[in-house]
Write a protein that binds this ligand. Structure first.
Ligand code: ADQ
Length: 478
């Protein structure tokens, strides 16, 4: 029998009979990586329950067991809202100044990691391969090792890894970041993130090895690698062609009345640079009156983490700025900026990307940014739109034919927007073609296979390679 892949992440995107749309890059990536594999996806149900069930709730669908547990109100506040999203998220996005640390939250974070280990422990078989995702669960391998699990365990950080000086602003950072050395493999989105982590560890006594990069601490060896997350490029491209003719996309096209469409799609989060982007659009309309009435900027921004104060503040600021721009430049028959807070299905998003002439993807800091990749994948090769991309998105290391901007410089973003809107077809194609080819080759399957094969190489135990071969056979055959 081939081994199973156990994926662990904070939330589990369980099969949803209501087909609701969740916006979030991790879920999109892991869902795609789990497709065609046998295994378990374990995590929090999203429900708060002060009297949770002893056993995880398991639901089987297409060879995957979705196993979820509930969290108590204190767990939710201290682990999820607290240490994960009020401390680790800002620190890892280079915003150590925004962290709101408390010892109670750190205790809660460790407690939930122990709870995850305890509940997961019951499901683990000796030949399982375990893949843990993201900053919520950094100490999980240490907890699993303490419970006697010798399985290969890998970790992937979906968000950036800040340089050591910033990581060290976290009180007791060694407890959390040092715990990553209990994994066999720690993967990052880019080489810069990987190197930041290696530079963090080496002054603390870790020995660094090269080719492949490894670090050794207290007799444990951990491989470090960059594994840029991809998308389901071919499927997304197909979806966009089909979706262009959907009712919703047709309605948007009609509503434009021949105007150019600029699109932005982001969760409402301070790391995404939405306010800077809207300021740049303001500057663009101010400096280029000839473009007024000829362009519409559609910013699709589902709310997230709405009970954290920075998120409420940014929502208020963005709403005020949108009102100001529409008031200043709008006409009775033209609204320059359409700002929407709801999620859309992937089908509609794909069609809207294809309809758009320009995408503004200008985060202040982003692990990868799947929207950039989805936009490129959704374009018509015969008449592609133009991507304006922040140099601080992990995606800029791969999508280097985009117009790369520093999102802090509104003059530069406004100039790039003008260049994009006026770019001749031949140049648009010259930029788009190689990026599309790259995304077709380095897609989500490639990401999962590269990570799992590197995880396999970290161990030479008999039987493990057989197990991993089993995983690939399933994925390639599917
Ligand atoms: P996110 O911060 O969530 O992901 P991103 O990579 O852009 O950011 O992924 C967002 C995903 O949600 C995309 O697939 C997008 O299509 C979808 N989405 C956004 N708005 C939507 C809407 N209104 N309706 C429906 N879907 C919407 C984290 C990291 C990223 C990293 C990913 C994956 O912060 O840097 O790229 O994980 O590793």
């Amino acid at each position: 029998m081939s081994s199973r892949l156990i994926v662990v992440s904070n939330r589990v995107a369980a099969p949803d009979p209501g087909n609701r749309h969740t916006a979030g890059g991790l879920a999109v990536a892991v869902k795609a990586a789990m497709r065609n594999r046998t295994g378990v996806w374990f995590g929090w149900s999203g429900k708060i329950n002060d009297d949770p069930a002893e056993e995880p709730l398991v639901q089987r669908c297409n060879k995957v067991d979705y196993a979820v547990i509930d969290l108590s109100e204190a767990d939710f506040q201290e682990y999820y809202n607290g240490l994960a999203n009020r401390v680790l998220w800002p620190i890892l996005h280079y915003r150590g100044d925004l962290q709101e640390y408390s010892r109670a939250d750190q205790t809660g974070y460790m407690r939930v990691n122990r709870l995850f280990a305890e509940k997961l422990s019951e499901l683990i078989r000796d030949d399982d391969v375990i893949w843990v995702h993201d900053y919520h669960l950094m100490p999980l391998a240490r907890e699993l090792r303490a419970r006697g699990h010798g399985n290969p365990i890998g970790f992937f950080l979906h968000i950036p890894c800040a340089p050591p000086d910033i990581v060290q602003t976290l009180p007791h950072h060694e407890d959390i970041f040092g715990a990553l050395t209990y994994y066999d493999l720690v993967g990052f989105q880019t080489e810069r993130d990987r190197d930041n982590f290696a530079h963090y560890l080496t002054p603390m006594g870790a020995t660094l090895g090269r080719n492949p990069m490894t670090i050794s601490v207290d007799g444990r060896q951990t491989r470090l690698g960059a594994f840029p997350v991809g998308i389901e490029t071919a499927a997304f491209a197909r979806l966009s062609r089909f979706s262009m003719h959907s009712r919703c996309v047709e309605d948007v096209r009609e509503s434009l009345q021949g105007r150019k469409l600029v699109i932005g799609v982001d969760r409402l989060d301070y790391s995404k640079g939405i306010l800077h982007r809207i300021n740049a659009f303001d500057r663009f309309l101010d400096e280029h009156p000839e473009w007024r009435s000829k362009v519409v900027f559609l910013q699709i921004t589902p709310r997230s983490r709405s009970d954290i104060k920075e998120y409420i503040a940014i929502e208020d600021e963005v709403t005020a700025m949108v009102g100001k721009i529409n008031g200043r430049y709008g006409e009775a028959d033209w609204t320059p900026l359409r700002y929407i807070n709801r999620p859309y299905s992937r089908t509609v998003l794909a069609g809207l990307y294809r309809l758009a002439d320009v995408a503004l993807v200008t985060p202040l800091r982003d692990g990868m940014n799947l929207v950039a990749k989805e936009f490129v994948a959704a374009q018509d090769r015969a008449d592609p739109g133009v991507l304006v991309l922040s140099e601080f998105a992990g995606a800029s290391a791969e999508l280097d034919r985009a117009l790369i901007v520093n999102p802090h410089e509104s003059e530069a973003v406004a100039a790039a927007l003008k260049q994009a809107l006026e770019m001749p077809l031949e140049e648009r194609q010259r930029r788009h073609d190689p990026m599309m080819d790259h995304l077709l080759e380095y897609d989500i399957d490639h990401w999962a296979e590269e990570f799992l094969s590197a995880l396999g190489e970290t161990r030479h135990r008999s039987g493990l390679l057989e197990s991993l071969r089993g995983l690939f056979a399933v994925s390639l055959g599917g």
